[in-house]
Structure formats: structure tokens, C-alpha cells
Design a protein around this ligand. Structure first.
Ligand code: ZN
Length: 440
């Protein structure tokens, strides 16, 4: 059986992964054989109605036939006890699928939910077609993510996350984890763990801030390494339970390559090559704005202030630089066309950064004064005029180098591939079950 669940968390509390952790424990008591780690699938981060992380989960296991109904009932009970079904904006969905193989049409659907906008009608049609069962609350939008989680089998690149949960008594209070132990863990296990700390701000980012049940989540390349990492981190409050998830986080699964600016679609995250057409300028709250163009159009790009290195790189661009940008396509407003919110810039080639100077006086070797546009120059020392001299151009050294600049970890999307993962991508790598991948 495959169980997909999505959107059980409201803005205030709850967390779909916590439900997966509870379900894992209960299913163990029913002697099921897990076929995979629970999977945590992040969907299109630009969906306007998402709750926080826009993540769905899936559990895959074999069970004794007579337990089918008990398992479904158990899942519904857990969801109703633990989700915010009466909360406006929470639209939980559950999907049960009883076939062993995932049909290709479902895999395609999952890919669409990661990269674009999918309708509930589309999901319901597919559920009927493949013979799955679904249950939704409120607008039922959670069914889309629940179905997508089942169809995403993570056969290409994937990562792991070990999530440790707090005891309910502590939910909503300040999280207590020894900061030094997290820095130490990251030092020892890099590059096989990622997004634990923001080196720029010297800040821990494995602990969320909200009132949800998560104490911390450690992301890495293997189940083994996230478990090692867990042993190195010292929590200063009780851990109620923990589970290792397999995930599409940090894999760039949300990106679509587009050949030209006229092919940009709202709410997609895209990768596009173009030439810088307007110099960067700083706009209020220190964001950096510049434009790029190709033969088919021109589009504005914004690097937001918290993106750190990415923003600093954007500020150094000049007209004529050839770049590959990665970012979310934001909807047009009344006096503005589409805008790209940047996640990455790959600087492919640098143009010259030219500055103009007045020429020197041939006699005094002093810098001449301009007499006005196209009026020539005058020397303040010998008072001679030079109407035929032209401004001189110099190329300034560029502070920017070719290469990829990624948003700082604190502002990265869950799906964004961090620099540390470059070269570590998996491809059809078999899943290895480690002993004890959840507790209790
Ligand atoms: Zn002179």
C-alpha cells in the first residue's frame, strides 16, 4: 500500500511529517514491511495557496491483507486528531493506492506538481483512472500533494532528512539545542550534510522557529550520515521521536529550463540564459534589481536582501554580462510585466566594465575640464582649448568572477540545490535501509 498525505499543517501549528512519524510507529505495531523510508516531497514553492513549506509525505509498505481497512481507519483517525481540519486555509488530503508499481502517468503528474500549477480536477480524474482512493477536507486541495507524493518515487537525485520531534508539552516554547554541537557536527560531516548552519550569519538553521512539533531536521546525502549527525547534536530538551525521511529537498526538482524569455510562465521556477541589459540598482530594503534580455524580450530580476552572496554578486553585474539565472516567475502587476525572484546566478562570461575619463592636456599632463557635451575640453593650467579630443575609456577590474552564486542557506527554498551538493547528485542509486531509521 502507498499512503500519501498533504496539507495537514496550518500556519499556526501542526506538521505533516509529524503525522508520518506517528503513522510509522503505529504501522510497525501492525507488522508491516516498509518498502522505502517515508518520503518527504516538496512541491512547487510558488503555489500561491501553499502552507509554509509545501511538503507532502508518502509511506510505502506491504501488509497482511486482512489489515487493509484497519490501516485506512488508523490513518484517518491520526489525521483527524493531529491536523487542523477546522482551520481556514488547511485543506488536508489523503490518498491510498494499493498497486505495487507506480504507473508512469502518475510519475508525470508528480513532476507537474513540483514544477507548475495543477488543478484539483486533474488530480481527481487521475485518481479515478488509476483506481486510487482519496479523502479531502475543506477545499480538498491536499489531495493534489498526497497523490503527487505517491507518484514521486525519487529514482533520480534525492537526499535524506532526519527529523527529531519535541514532546507536546514543549510545543510553542523556545527550542533548546546545544549550538556548539551543531557547528561541530557540520564541521565533521561536511560535505555529506548540508544547510545546517548559515556561515554568513554564524547562525544555526536546523531548528525551525514556529510552534510546530519539530525540534530540528538534519539534511544529508545518506541515511547513515544523518543518523551519525543526529548522534553528534546535543538536544537540551527531550526528543519525543525521530524519523529519517527520503526527500527531493536540495535537488532542484522544481526547475524547468526555458529556451527564451517569451516562454516564461507565471509561478514556475525556471533556468534561463540571457544577457544583462540594465545595470543593477539597489531598491528599497536593499534588494538588487537588474534586467536581462534576449531576442524575444526583457525581464526584471530581483535578488532579495537576505540572499546574501547572491545579492552581492547581482550588485556587481554590468550590461553585457552573459548569465544563467534561476528563479521564480512572479505574476505581472498593473504597470509591470513578469519578474524573476532569483535563487541562483551562474555568471557565464563577464563583459568589460568601462569608465570614461576626460583626456589629459598634451602640454601640462593635467586632466582637462569638459566645456559641455561635445564642446571639447579646456586646460585649467594653460587655458588652451582642445575641441577635437575625446573622452578616454578604461576597463575597470571586475570584482565578480565566473561561477555559480546561490542564495544563502537561510533564504534558500527547500528544493534549491545548495553549492555543497554540487557533484554529489545521485542517479538511480539504490536505497539502502539502515537498521533503526526511526524511534521509538
Ligand atoms: Zn595645459
Amino acid at each position: 500500500m502507498h499512503i500519501g498525505i498533504d496539507d495537514t499543517d496550518s500556519v499556526k501549528n501542526g506538521c505533516t511529517t509529524y503525522l508520518a512519524a506517528l503513522l510509522t510507529e503505529k504501522l510497525t505495531q501492525m507488522n508491516v514491511q516498509f518498502q522505502d523510508y517515508p518520503t518527504l516531497i516538496r512541491l512547487n514553492p510558488n503555489v500561491p495557496w501553499k502552507t509554509r513549506g509545501n511538503g507532502a509525505i508518502c509511506l510505502r509498505f506491504q501488509h497482511q491483507t486482512h489489515l487493509t481497512n484497519d490501516i485506512k481507519q488508523l490513518t484517518l483517525n491520526l489525521l483527524e486528531e493531529n491536523s487542523q481540519t477546522n482551520n481556514k486555509g488547511t485543506n488536508p488530503g489523503i490518498v491510498f493506492y494499493q498497486h505495487e508499481q507506480i504507473p508512469p502517468v502518475l510519475t508525470t503528474f508528480s513532476r507537474q506538481t513540483e514544477t507548475s500549477i495543477v488543478t484539483i480536477e486533474h488530480a481527481v480524474k487521475l485518481i479515478r483512472k488509476i483506481g486510487a482512493e482519496a479523502l479531502g477536507y475543506n477545499t480538498c486541495r491536499g489531495i493534489i500533494g498526497a497523490l503527487a507524493a505517491i507518484g514521486e518515487t525519487l529514482t533520480d537525485d534525492y537526499t535524506y532528512e532526519l527529523i527529531a520531534y519535541r514532546t507536546p508539552a514543549n510545543w510553542g516554547t523556545k527550542r533548546c539545542v546545544d549550538k556548539e554541537s551543531i557547528f561541530n557536527m557540520d564541521r565533521l560531516l561536511q560535505p555529506n550534510v548540508f544547510n545546517n548552519i548559515d556561515t554568513e550569519k554564524n547562525r544555526v538553521i536546523i531548528t525551525p522557529r514556529g510552534p510546530d512539533p519539530i525540534l530540528f531536521g538534519i539534511r544529508g546525502e545518506s541515511a547513515d550520515v544523518v543518523k551519525q549527525a543526529f548522534k553528534l547534536v546535543k538536544p537540551l530538551e527531550p526528543v519525543e521521536r525521530w524519523v529519517i525521511f527520503r526527500s527531493n529537498q536540495g535537488t532542484d526538482a522544481h526547475l524547468t529550463y526555458v529556451p527564451s524569455i517569451n516562454k516564461l510562465k507565471c509561478y514556475n521556477s525556471i533556468v534561463l540564459k540571457a544577457v544583462v541589459s540594465k545595470d543593477p540598482k539597489i531598491i528599497p530594503v536593499r534588494h538588487v534589481l537588474f534586467s536581462i534580455k534576449d531576442d524575444f524580450g526583457e525581464v526584471d530580476c530581483i535578488a532579495y536582501e537576505p540572499t546574501g552572496d547572491l545579492r552581492r554578486a547581482a550588485r556587481e553585474l554590468v550590461i553585457g554580462d552573459y548569465v544563467e539565472v534561476t528563479g521564480a516567475v512572479k505574476r505581472a502587476t498593473k504597470n509591470k510585466s513578469l519578474t524573476l525572484n532569483l535563487e541562483k546566478i551562474n555568471v557565464i562570461s563577464l563583459n568589460q566594465k568601462l569608465v570614461q575619463h576626460n583626456p589629459f592636456c598634451p602640454d601640462c599632463q593635467k586632466r582637462l575640464k569638459s566645456m559641455g557635451k561635445n564642446q571639447g575640453f579646456r586646460c585649467n593650467w594653460c587655458s588652451k582649448k582642445f575641441v577635437d579630443l575625446k573622452k578616454q575609456e578604461h576597463a575597470l577590474p571586475r570584482a565578480l568572477k565566473q561561477g555559480v552564486y546561490v542564495a544563502s542557506p537561510r533564504s534558500q527554498r527547500h528544493l534549491t540545490k545548495p553549492s555543497r551538493r554540487l557533484g554529489q547528485e545521485k542517479n538511480d542509486t539504490p536505497v539502502v535501509f539502515i537498521k533503526d531509521w526511526y524511534w521509538p
